[in-house]
Design a protein around this ligand. Structure first.
Ligand code: APR
Ligand code: PHB
Length: 394
């Protein structure tokens, strides 16, 4: 074996979860190694989420990477729900007694984390192939990986599986030791990014008989829009012209009239899925983020659910290394799952309330109509929506 490195925490995956944990631990003097399969440019080329809860922004600041986010990110004190052509404002700040969300792209915060890790001379290894965790139920777990034709080994105390939904970590847990809960929705989201001014100062979640649509943004010169599409559609079915015309048809007329269109600079289709793996721990392997759970994007909870896992793991590891207190690690899975399932419920509910379900019976359709009407009419109901959207406490 070519090289053996020794560290305290071996982290698989250099997405937001893995990078954030490595950075937070480093600031507390805890050593880690991050193994990432892709190149840095590839990771930064992925267009992902864009709405951050306060818990996430606090964690960015604690990790010493909040400056650009605080300068360039946009505070959003509310959003709109369009119900078949009529806009209804959800006043997040008023309904929650002062909370809001931050619009700042996952790509940008991942870039900030990469820069911070590099500035601190981090052990962040890209283009690692065939990463494998070993001896997970012993006190001396280790990782192996291949790079440049050689096999390497990382000895550690703990392994963190932060390698996303398709990663190797969850798959290395024996099947009879975990339960997977999954719900697949009968549609996907077609998303585009365009260098145009956002159509509205706040996000618009639009329910329409033609299907759901979302108007979001990354900045005042970069818009992100989505439309619900059947799972059988491909990107080739959707010219830019067809996309813009369908989006307009799903928005209130006065909003559609203001929509600035332009060439798409990214276009992709993502299926919608809810998924949770229980428990989030096997021996000394701890799962975090998309490796353990996926939500449909309707509630903007994917990245934020990853952040709560990292928060719990970070505090548990600091307690372990500083005070020899393993209780946070022992209860990690239970604590994390409690919040994960709340975000799952909210994401499933937002998805169910706002999308067109092709095979819903008429009765369910009428219930869906009245459910949204109830939430828009009742301040008590809008308060629970707002409380969940800004993020439940860690
Ligand atoms: N070995 C090494 N790295 C791997 C492997 C592997 N076998 N498999 C996957 N990876 C890397 C991926 O290339 C990716 O960069 O792990 C990283 C996982 O990152 P994400 O998928 O972004 O997952 P996570 O960091 O948990 O981020 C939370 O929230 O908004 C959602 O899905 C969105 O990415 C977001 C997530
Ligand atoms: C996005 O901007 O990509 C976005 C925003 C809110 C969501 C989902 C996606 O609920």
């Amino acid at each position: 074996m070519a090289n053996t490195i020794k560290t305290q925490v071996g982290i698989i995956g250099g997405g937001p979860s893995g990078l954030m944990l490595a950075q937070l631990l480093d600031l507390k003097g805890i050593d880690s190694v991050v193994l990432e399969r892709q190149t840095r440019d590839y990771v930064l080329g992925r267009i992902r989420a864009g709405v951050l809860e306060k818990g996430f922004t606090d964690l960015m600041r604690e990790a010493g990477v909040g400056d650009r986010m605080d300068r360039e990110g946009e505070i959003h004190n509310g959003f709109e729900i369009s119900d078949n052509g009529t806009l209804h404002h959800i006043d997040l700040k008023g309904l929650t007694g002062g909370d809001s969300v931050m619009v700042y792209g996952q790509t940008e915060l991942t870039r900030d984390l990469y820069e911070a890790r590099e500035a601190r001379g981090a052990k962040l290894i890209h283009e690692t192939e065939n990463v494998q965790p070993h001896d997970l139920t012993t006190d001396a777990p280790y990782l192996t990986y291949e790079k440049d034709g050689e096999t390497h080994r990382v000895d550690c105390d703990f392994i963190i599986g932060a390698d996303g939904f398709h990663g190797v970590s969850r798959k290395s847990i024996p099947e009879d030791q975990i339960t997977e809960y999954e719900k697949v929705y009968p549609f996907g989201w077609l998303g585009i990014l365009s260098e145009t001014k956002p159509v509205h100062p706040e996000l618009i979640y639009a329910r329409s008989e033609r299907g759901f649509a979302l108007c979001s943004m990354r900045s005042q010169v970069l818009s992100r829009y989505y439309v619900q599409v059947p799972l059988t559609d491909t990107v080739e079915d959707w010219s830019d012209a067809r996309f813009w015309s369908e989006l307009k048809a799903r928005l209130p007329e006065d909003v559609a009239a203001k929509l600035e269109t332009g060439p798409s600079i990214e276009k992709s289709i993502a299926p919608l899925r809810s998924f949770v793996c229980e428990p989030m721990r096997y021996g000394n392997l701890f799962l975090a983020g998309d490796a353990a759970h996926i939500v449909p994007p309707t509630g903007a909870k994917g990245l934020n659910s990853a952040a709560s896992d990292i928060y719990y793991l970070y505090h548990a590891m600091v307690a372990f290394y500083d005070e020899g207190d393993a209780s946070g690690l022992e209860s990690y899975s239970e604590t994390a799952l409690r919040r994960v399932w709340k975000a799952q419920r909210f994401s499933w509910w937002m998805t169910s309330m706002l999308h067109e379900f092709p095979d819903h019976p008429d009765f369910d359709q009428r219930l869906q109509d009245i459910e949204l009407a109830y939430f828009l009419d009742s301040e008590a109901a809008r308060t629970t929506l707002a409380e969940n959207y800004v993020g439940l406490p860690f």
